[in-house]
Design a protein around this ligand. Sequence first.
Ligand SMILES: [Mn+2]
Length: 330
Amino acid sequence: MSGSGNSQGMVRQLPDGPIDVVGDVHGEIEALEQLLTHLGYRGNNHPQGRHLAFVGDLVDRGADSPAVVRKVRDLIEAGTAQCILGNHEMNILRGLNKLGNAWIYGQQESLDHSSTPHPQVVATPEDAKNFIQFFKTFPLALERHDLCVVHACWDSACIELVRQETCVREAFDRHMARIDRELESRPEVDNIDRSLRRQNFNPVKVLTSGPEFRANKPFEANGKVRNNERRRWWMEYRNEAFCVFGHYWRTLVPGLSNGRHLFDDHMAEQALGPGYSMCIDYSVGGRWKERIASEYQGKFITRLAALRWPEKVLFYENGQSYDLGNIPRD
Ligand SMILES: [Mn+2]
């Protein structure tokens, strides 16, 4: 622990005391309000002084991203919450147009490649400016002796590389420029390995969207042919601090494919691998699809989740909770 819990760095200190770590919200304001109510938050505080940590990906795809950003901003301003960057906030900070983020550019869009615009609240130009300024204040990771939080992957070397950074966009661009410079003199490196280097050798990229490797053979996901698979880094993670992260969907949504299911060797509500980590993204980012799918009949299978620490209880927005018990470590 470096003790650099400063308010500028990219790796900040979690407060002492009980914490509720909230998974990827993806604009689902109703689920967020329900979850906070079940966790006992009233307004922007918890009567027992609990603290919230959001794993990032607050926005995109869901019904009302602006409302989610405002709610989290209020919680942070009240001193109740912290939030880190997800890949979706990174896309917006980099000015990218990605499926699901037209709302920040004030535009409607269709998410299913149809002509029907997806019902989604779009940002006013002033909102967009304020939200981008707000995202710029997010760190990449949170830590304390017994707990750490990152969006996609806790990689100790990458954490050290970003610790002293103050501008995430600048750090991202500098690492990408270095990787591209190195590749200029390596014409023998093929396109797949080039893309893997850009993914795996940029620490900002690793922390926010996780390490990848070359698939045995190309596969199809979301209508695209992919050559790179996501690495199940949690199977090897054994740091002292229990790591809570999001990003990887634990619930499969009919009609939305993300390639191989990374958790088919785990029960739905179970700590991962040797017991040192937990992914809490139960795919609420796919709820828009459930709303329009014929299989959906007023019931969602996707969930917004929070992990209550140190109690080790997983809460869903529908009020269900699961005791993870004494998480076994091998
Ligand atoms: Mn993500």
